[in-house]
Design a protein around this ligand. Sequence first.
Ligand code: GLV
Ligand code: MN
Ligand code: MN
Length: 404
Amino acid sequence: MIDGRVVVERCDVLAACTEEPGRITRPFASDAMRRAHQYVREWMRQAGMTVTRDNIGNLRGRYEGTGDATLLLGSHLDSVRDAGKYDGPLGVMVALAAVQRLHDDARQLPFAIEVLAFADEEGLRYGSTYLGSRAVAGTFDASDLERTDSAGVTMAEAIRAFGGDPTRISDDRWGGDLLGYCEVHIEQGPVLEARALPVGVVSAIAGQSRMLIELTGQAGHAGTVPMDRRRDALAAAAELVLAVEAAATTQPGLVATVGMLDVEPGVANVIPGRATLSLDVRHPDDRVRIEACETLLARTRELAKRRKLAVEIRALSENAAVRCEPRLVSLLTQAVKNSKQQPLELTSGAGHDAVAMSALTGACMLFVRCKGGVSHNPAESVTAADVSVAIDVLGRFLDLLARP
Ligand code: GLV
Ligand code: MN
Ligand code: MN
Protein backbone atom coordinates (compact mmCIF):
# COMPACT_ATOMS: atom_id res chain seq x y z
CA MET A 1 0.00 0.00 0.00
CA ILE A 2 1.30 3.47 -0.87
CA ASP A 3 2.58 5.19 2.27
CA GLY A 4 4.68 8.07 3.58
CA ARG A 5 7.89 6.41 2.48
CA VAL A 6 6.78 6.37 -1.18
CA VAL A 7 5.65 10.00 -0.94
CA VAL A 8 9.04 11.05 0.48
CA GLU A 9 10.78 9.11 -2.34
CA ARG A 10 8.61 10.87 -4.90
CA CYS A 11 9.54 14.26 -3.41
CA ASP A 12 13.19 13.19 -3.85
CA VAL A 13 12.52 12.43 -7.53
CA LEU A 14 10.89 15.85 -8.03
CA ALA A 15 13.79 17.56 -6.23
CA ALA A 16 16.03 16.43 -9.11
CA CYS A 17 13.85 18.47 -11.51
CA THR A 18 15.66 21.78 -11.11
CA GLU A 19 17.08 24.65 -13.14
CA GLU A 20 20.19 24.85 -10.95
CA PRO A 21 22.33 21.75 -10.50
CA GLY A 22 23.00 21.03 -6.83
CA ARG A 23 20.03 22.99 -5.53
CA ILE A 24 16.28 22.99 -6.01
CA THR A 25 14.99 25.88 -8.12
CA ARG A 26 11.87 25.08 -10.12
CA PRO A 27 10.27 28.23 -11.52
CA PHE A 28 6.97 28.68 -13.32
CA ALA A 29 6.84 27.31 -16.89
CA SER A 30 10.47 26.14 -16.87
CA ASP A 31 12.13 23.04 -18.32
CA ALA A 32 12.50 21.79 -14.74
CA MET A 33 8.72 22.07 -14.34
CA ARG A 34 8.22 20.21 -17.62
CA ARG A 35 10.35 17.33 -16.28
CA ALA A 36 8.42 17.34 -12.99
CA HIS A 37 5.17 17.11 -14.97
CA GLN A 38 6.38 13.96 -16.74
CA TYR A 39 6.67 12.20 -13.37
CA VAL A 40 3.50 13.60 -11.85
CA ARG A 41 1.49 12.81 -14.98
CA GLU A 42 2.60 9.17 -14.76
CA TRP A 43 1.79 8.93 -11.02
CA MET A 44 -1.64 10.42 -11.70
CA ARG A 45 -2.26 7.79 -14.40
CA GLN A 46 -1.16 5.01 -12.03
CA ALA A 47 -3.75 6.29 -9.55
CA GLY A 48 -6.51 5.83 -12.14
CA MET A 49 -6.82 9.49 -13.03
CA THR A 50 -7.28 11.19 -16.38
CA VAL A 51 -4.67 13.90 -16.77
CA THR A 52 -4.89 17.29 -18.46
CA ARG A 53 -2.83 20.45 -18.41
CA ASP A 54 -4.53 23.84 -18.50
CA ASN A 55 -3.39 27.09 -20.11
CA ILE A 56 -1.57 28.55 -17.12
CA GLY A 57 0.32 25.23 -16.78
CA ASN A 58 -1.44 23.45 -13.89
CA LEU A 59 -1.45 19.66 -14.16
CA ARG A 60 -4.89 18.27 -13.28
CA GLY A 61 -5.67 14.64 -12.47
CA ARG A 62 -9.32 13.61 -12.25
CA TYR A 63 -10.63 10.54 -10.45
CA GLU A 64 -14.28 10.02 -11.24
CA GLY A 65 -16.88 9.38 -8.57
CA THR A 66 -20.46 8.18 -8.73
CA GLY A 67 -21.88 11.72 -8.33
CA ASP A 68 -21.46 15.02 -10.16
CA ALA A 69 -19.80 17.18 -7.50
CA THR A 70 -16.01 17.44 -7.23
CA LEU A 71 -13.63 17.83 -4.32
CA LEU A 72 -10.41 19.63 -5.22
CA LEU A 73 -7.13 18.61 -3.62
CA GLY A 74 -3.74 20.06 -4.40
CA SER A 75 -0.74 22.27 -3.85
CA HIS A 76 2.05 23.70 -6.00
CA LEU A 77 5.00 22.23 -7.89
CA ASP A 78 7.06 25.43 -8.30
CA SER A 79 9.67 26.42 -5.72
CA VAL A 80 11.65 29.32 -4.35
CA ARG A 81 15.36 29.57 -5.25
CA ASP A 82 17.47 26.99 -3.36
CA ALA A 83 14.33 25.43 -1.93
CA GLY A 84 13.55 22.43 0.20
CA LYS A 85 11.92 19.30 -1.21
CA TYR A 86 8.50 19.50 0.42
CA ASP A 87 7.03 23.01 0.24
CA GLY A 88 4.33 22.37 -2.38
CA PRO A 89 5.19 18.91 -3.79
CA LEU A 90 4.33 17.18 -0.49
CA GLY A 91 0.70 18.31 -0.76
CA VAL A 92 0.40 17.08 -4.34
CA MET A 93 2.02 13.74 -3.48
CA VAL A 94 -0.15 13.15 -0.38
CA ALA A 95 -3.28 13.92 -2.44
CA LEU A 96 -2.15 11.45 -5.12
CA ALA A 97 -1.44 8.82 -2.44
CA ALA A 98 -4.98 9.18 -1.04
CA VAL A 99 -6.43 8.71 -4.55
CA GLN A 100 -4.06 5.79 -5.24
CA ARG A 101 -5.50 4.04 -2.18
CA LEU A 102 -9.03 4.46 -3.51
CA HIS A 103 -7.93 3.14 -6.89
CA ASP A 104 -6.08 0.17 -5.34
CA ASP A 105 -9.29 -0.71 -3.45
CA ALA A 106 -11.33 -0.20 -6.64
CA ARG A 107 -13.43 2.35 -4.71
CA GLN A 108 -15.39 5.25 -6.06
CA LEU A 109 -16.77 7.96 -3.80
CA PRO A 110 -20.08 9.75 -4.34
CA PHE A 111 -18.03 12.67 -5.70
CA ALA A 112 -15.12 13.07 -8.11
CA ILE A 113 -11.69 14.13 -6.89
CA GLU A 114 -9.47 16.43 -8.88
CA VAL A 115 -5.84 16.78 -7.85
CA LEU A 116 -4.41 20.13 -8.93
CA ALA A 117 -0.64 20.47 -9.21
CA PHE A 118 -0.39 24.25 -9.40
CA ALA A 119 2.02 25.94 -11.81
CA ASP A 120 3.14 28.81 -9.59
CA GLU A 121 2.53 29.71 -5.98
CA GLU A 122 5.83 31.27 -4.92
CA GLY A 123 6.10 33.98 -7.57
CA LEU A 124 9.81 33.31 -8.14
CA ARG A 125 9.84 34.03 -11.88
CA TYR A 126 7.35 36.91 -12.17
CA GLY A 127 7.00 38.23 -8.62
CA SER A 128 3.25 37.57 -8.63
CA THR A 129 1.92 34.86 -6.32
CA TYR A 130 -0.70 32.14 -6.91
CA LEU A 131 -0.70 32.21 -10.73
CA GLY A 132 -1.95 28.61 -10.95
CA SER A 133 -4.66 28.76 -8.31
CA ARG A 134 -5.82 32.22 -9.39
CA ALA A 135 -6.38 30.86 -12.91
CA VAL A 136 -8.54 28.04 -11.47
CA ALA A 137 -10.38 30.42 -9.13
CA GLY A 138 -11.08 32.85 -11.98
CA THR A 139 -9.17 35.71 -10.33
CA PHE A 140 -6.14 35.71 -12.66
CA ASP A 141 -5.25 39.28 -13.63
CA ALA A 142 -4.60 39.42 -17.40
CA SER A 143 -2.31 42.43 -16.96
CA ASP A 144 0.15 40.03 -15.27
CA LEU A 145 0.79 38.54 -18.73
CA GLU A 146 2.91 41.58 -19.57
CA ARG A 147 5.26 41.07 -16.63
CA THR A 148 8.80 40.16 -17.64
CA ASP A 149 11.24 37.78 -15.96
CA SER A 150 14.92 38.61 -15.33
CA ALA A 151 15.73 37.62 -18.94
CA GLY A 152 13.03 39.90 -20.38
CA VAL A 153 10.64 37.06 -21.30
CA THR A 154 7.01 38.09 -20.82
CA MET A 155 4.68 35.83 -18.91
CA ALA A 156 2.58 35.46 -22.09
CA GLU A 157 5.64 34.21 -23.99
CA ALA A 158 6.57 31.82 -21.18
CA ILE A 159 3.04 30.36 -21.11
CA ARG A 160 3.08 29.88 -24.89
CA ALA A 161 6.50 28.20 -24.79
CA PHE A 162 5.19 25.85 -22.09
CA GLY A 163 2.28 24.83 -24.31
CA GLY A 164 -0.56 27.02 -23.00
CA ASP A 165 -2.57 29.77 -24.68
CA PRO A 166 -2.18 33.02 -22.72
CA THR A 167 -5.30 34.48 -24.36
CA ARG A 168 -7.42 31.67 -22.90
CA ILE A 169 -6.47 31.68 -19.21
CA SER A 170 -10.12 32.42 -18.41
CA ASP A 171 -10.94 28.89 -19.72
CA ASP A 172 -8.93 27.51 -16.77
CA ARG A 173 -11.56 28.75 -14.32
CA TRP A 174 -13.32 25.90 -12.60
CA GLY A 175 -16.88 25.30 -13.77
CA GLY A 176 -19.21 22.89 -12.01
CA ASP A 177 -20.31 21.75 -8.58
CA LEU A 178 -17.66 21.88 -5.88
CA LEU A 179 -17.48 20.39 -2.40
CA GLY A 180 -14.42 22.45 -1.47
CA TYR A 181 -10.64 22.50 -1.64
CA CYS A 182 -8.27 20.75 0.74
CA GLU A 183 -4.48 21.31 0.75
CA VAL A 184 -1.87 19.35 2.67
CA HIS A 185 1.35 21.30 3.30
CA ILE A 186 4.38 21.23 5.57
CA GLU A 187 3.83 23.52 8.54
CA GLN A 188 6.91 25.70 7.84
CA GLY A 189 6.83 26.69 11.52
CA PRO A 190 7.68 25.22 14.92
CA VAL A 191 4.27 24.66 16.54
CA LEU A 192 3.62 20.99 15.72
CA GLU A 193 7.14 19.99 16.68
CA ALA A 194 6.84 21.81 20.00
CA ARG A 195 3.53 20.05 20.68
CA ALA A 196 4.89 16.66 19.53
CA LEU A 197 2.10 16.29 16.95
CA PRO A 198 2.47 14.89 13.40
CA VAL A 199 -0.33 16.98 11.85
CA GLY A 200 -2.47 20.03 12.58
CA VAL A 201 -5.57 21.64 11.10
CA VAL A 202 -5.28 25.20 9.80
CA SER A 203 -7.95 27.64 10.94
CA ALA A 204 -6.77 30.78 9.10
CA ILE A 205 -4.01 32.09 6.82
CA ALA A 206 -2.34 35.47 7.40
CA GLY A 207 -2.74 38.23 4.82
CA GLN A 208 0.32 39.48 2.99
CA SER A 209 1.50 42.48 0.96
CA ARG A 210 4.50 42.35 -1.33
CA MET A 211 6.07 45.29 -3.14
CA LEU A 212 9.22 46.49 -4.85
CA ILE A 213 10.85 49.75 -3.73
CA GLU A 214 13.29 51.45 -6.07
CA LEU A 215 15.56 54.14 -4.62
CA THR A 216 17.46 56.24 -7.15
CA GLY A 217 20.32 58.54 -6.17
CA GLN A 218 23.45 59.30 -8.13
CA ALA A 219 26.28 56.97 -9.02
CA GLY A 220 29.70 58.55 -8.61
CA HIS A 221 33.37 58.04 -7.90
CA ALA A 222 34.00 56.33 -4.55
CA GLY A 223 37.30 58.17 -4.13
CA THR A 224 36.38 61.73 -5.09
CA VAL A 225 32.80 62.57 -4.08
CA PRO A 226 32.87 64.02 -0.53
CA MET A 227 30.60 62.25 1.98
CA ASP A 228 28.30 65.28 2.37
CA ARG A 229 27.70 65.47 -1.42
CA ARG A 230 26.59 61.88 -1.92
CA ARG A 231 23.18 60.50 -2.86
CA ASP A 232 23.94 56.88 -2.01
CA ALA A 233 20.98 54.61 -2.79
CA LEU A 234 22.38 51.62 -0.91
CA ALA A 235 22.97 53.59 2.29
CA ALA A 236 19.31 54.63 2.12
CA ALA A 237 18.24 51.02 1.48
CA ALA A 238 20.27 49.91 4.50
CA GLU A 239 18.45 52.45 6.67
CA LEU A 240 15.14 51.19 5.32
CA VAL A 241 15.96 47.50 5.95
CA LEU A 242 16.63 48.26 9.63
CA ALA A 243 13.48 50.40 9.87
CA VAL A 244 11.45 47.46 8.51
CA GLU A 245 12.93 45.11 11.09
CA ALA A 246 12.34 47.59 13.91
CA ALA A 247 8.73 48.27 12.87
CA ALA A 248 7.86 44.57 12.82
CA THR A 249 9.37 43.85 16.22
CA THR A 250 7.12 46.43 17.92
CA GLN A 251 3.86 44.68 16.91
CA PRO A 252 2.85 41.20 18.07
CA GLY A 253 2.19 38.88 15.14
CA LEU A 254 3.59 41.28 12.55
CA VAL A 255 6.39 40.01 10.28
CA ALA A 256 8.17 42.14 7.68
CA THR A 257 11.04 41.08 5.45
CA VAL A 258 13.36 42.57 2.87
CA GLY A 259 14.37 39.41 0.99
CA MET A 260 15.80 40.89 -2.19
CA LEU A 261 18.23 43.76 -2.67
CA ASP A 262 19.67 44.68 -6.03
CA VAL A 263 22.39 47.33 -6.19
CA GLU A 264 23.43 49.20 -9.33
CA PRO A 265 25.97 49.47 -10.71
CA GLY A 266 27.27 47.07 -8.03
CA VAL A 267 30.95 47.93 -8.33
CA ALA A 268 33.41 48.39 -5.44
CA ASN A 269 34.62 51.85 -6.45
CA VAL A 270 31.28 53.35 -7.51
CA ILE A 271 28.76 54.96 -5.14
CA PRO A 272 25.51 52.98 -5.59
CA GLY A 273 23.16 54.95 -7.83
CA ARG A 274 20.17 52.69 -7.55
CA ALA A 275 18.94 50.14 -5.02
CA THR A 276 15.85 48.02 -5.55
CA LEU A 277 14.46 46.06 -2.64
CA SER A 278 11.46 43.85 -1.98
CA LEU A 279 9.20 44.29 1.02
CA ASP A 280 6.95 41.49 2.33
CA VAL A 281 4.58 42.33 5.23
CA ARG A 282 2.20 39.86 6.92
CA HIS A 283 -0.28 39.78 9.80
CA PRO A 284 -3.42 37.74 10.57
CA ASP A 285 -5.36 41.02 10.99
CA ASP A 286 -5.59 42.91 7.68
CA ARG A 287 -5.91 46.29 9.41
CA VAL A 288 -2.61 45.84 11.23
CA ARG A 289 -0.87 44.76 8.00
CA ILE A 290 -2.25 47.69 5.98
CA GLU A 291 -1.31 50.22 8.69
CA ALA A 292 2.19 48.75 8.93
CA CYS A 293 2.63 49.07 5.15
CA GLU A 294 1.44 52.69 5.22
CA THR A 295 3.85 53.52 8.05
CA LEU A 296 6.78 51.86 6.29
CA LEU A 297 6.05 53.57 2.99
CA ALA A 298 5.79 56.96 4.73
CA ARG A 299 9.14 56.20 6.34
CA THR A 300 10.58 55.30 2.92
CA ARG A 301 9.44 58.60 1.42
CA GLU A 302 10.78 60.53 4.39
CA LEU A 303 14.24 58.99 4.21
CA ALA A 304 14.34 59.33 0.42
CA LYS A 305 13.53 63.05 0.75
CA ARG A 306 16.13 63.56 3.46
CA ARG A 307 18.76 61.81 1.34
CA LYS A 308 17.63 63.53 -1.92
CA LEU A 309 16.69 60.30 -3.65
CA ALA A 310 13.82 59.50 -5.99
CA VAL A 311 11.58 56.70 -4.84
CA GLU A 312 9.25 54.45 -6.83
CA ILE A 313 7.00 51.87 -5.22
CA ARG A 314 5.41 49.02 -7.20
CA ALA A 315 2.85 46.69 -5.60
CA LEU A 316 3.56 43.04 -6.47
CA SER A 317 0.72 41.31 -4.70
CA GLU A 318 -1.76 41.82 -1.90
CA ASN A 319 -3.81 39.08 -0.28
CA ALA A 320 -6.23 39.49 2.58
CA ALA A 321 -6.20 37.04 5.49
CA VAL A 322 -8.35 33.97 4.87
CA ARG A 323 -10.47 31.98 7.30
CA CYS A 324 -10.70 28.30 6.45
CA GLU A 325 -14.24 26.98 5.91
CA PRO A 326 -15.65 26.00 9.33
CA ARG A 327 -17.47 22.87 8.09
CA LEU A 328 -14.38 21.54 6.31
CA VAL A 329 -12.19 22.45 9.32
CA SER A 330 -14.51 20.49 11.56
CA LEU A 331 -14.50 17.44 9.21
CA LEU A 332 -10.71 17.57 8.98
CA THR A 333 -10.50 17.80 12.78
CA GLN A 334 -12.77 14.76 13.05
CA ALA A 335 -10.56 12.94 10.53
CA VAL A 336 -7.51 13.67 12.72
CA LYS A 337 -9.36 12.23 15.73
CA ASN A 338 -10.47 9.18 13.71
CA SER A 339 -6.81 8.66 12.83
CA LYS A 340 -6.10 8.42 16.62
CA GLN A 341 -4.20 11.69 16.67
CA GLN A 342 -4.72 14.62 18.98
CA PRO A 343 -6.33 17.47 17.00
CA LEU A 344 -4.78 20.93 17.08
CA GLU A 345 -5.86 24.04 15.20
CA LEU A 346 -3.19 26.52 14.15
CA THR A 347 -2.89 29.56 11.89
CA SER A 348 -0.56 29.87 8.92
CA GLY A 349 1.91 32.73 8.51
CA ALA A 350 2.88 31.39 5.09
CA GLY A 351 0.71 31.97 2.04
CA HIS A 352 -0.84 28.99 0.24
CA ASP A 353 -2.87 28.21 -2.86
CA ALA A 354 -5.77 27.79 -0.43
CA VAL A 355 -5.84 31.62 -0.23
CA ALA A 356 -6.60 31.98 -3.93
CA MET A 357 -8.88 28.92 -3.96
CA SER A 358 -11.01 30.39 -1.16
CA ALA A 359 -12.35 32.89 -3.73
CA LEU A 360 -13.86 29.90 -5.56
CA THR A 361 -14.91 27.48 -2.83
CA GLY A 362 -14.52 26.69 0.86
CA ALA A 363 -10.91 25.81 1.63
CA CYS A 364 -9.19 23.85 4.37
CA MET A 365 -5.61 22.77 5.08
CA LEU A 366 -3.76 20.05 6.93
CA PHE A 367 -0.24 20.85 8.12
CA VAL A 368 2.48 18.22 8.52
CA ARG A 369 5.22 18.67 11.14
CA CYS A 370 8.59 19.70 9.69
CA LYS A 371 11.95 19.52 11.42
CA GLY A 372 12.88 22.66 13.33
CA GLY A 373 10.07 24.52 11.55
CA VAL A 374 12.65 25.12 8.78
CA SER A 375 11.34 25.90 5.29
CA HIS A 376 12.29 27.89 2.16
CA ASN A 377 15.62 26.25 2.84
CA PRO A 378 17.24 23.04 1.54
CA ALA A 379 17.19 21.71 5.13
CA GLU A 380 13.39 21.27 4.97
CA SER A 381 12.65 17.83 6.43
CA VAL A 382 9.66 15.62 7.20
CA THR A 383 9.44 12.03 8.42
CA ALA A 384 7.82 9.25 6.40
CA ALA A 385 5.83 8.34 9.54
CA ASP A 386 4.26 11.82 9.75
CA VAL A 387 3.49 11.76 6.04
CA SER A 388 1.77 8.38 6.50
CA VAL A 389 -0.42 10.00 9.17
CA ALA A 390 -1.29 12.80 6.72
CA ILE A 391 -2.31 10.26 4.04
CA ASP A 392 -4.44 8.42 6.58
CA VAL A 393 -6.10 11.64 7.79
CA LEU A 394 -6.83 12.74 4.23
CA GLY A 395 -8.38 9.32 3.47
CA ARG A 396 -10.57 9.59 6.55
CA PHE A 397 -11.55 13.15 5.54
CA LEU A 398 -12.71 11.76 2.16
CA ASP A 399 -14.72 9.07 3.96
CA LEU A 400 -16.39 11.68 6.17
CA LEU A 401 -17.28 13.81 3.15
CA ALA A 402 -18.70 10.72 1.44
CA ARG A 403 -21.13 10.02 4.28
CA PRO A 404 -24.75 10.62 3.28
C1 GLV B 1 4.87 31.15 0.20
O1 GLV B 1 5.62 30.24 0.45
C2 GLV B 1 4.93 32.32 1.02
O2 GLV B 1 5.75 33.19 0.75
O3 GLV B 1 4.20 32.37 2.02
MN1 MN C 1 6.77 28.46 -0.14
MN1 MN D 1 4.00 26.31 -0.37
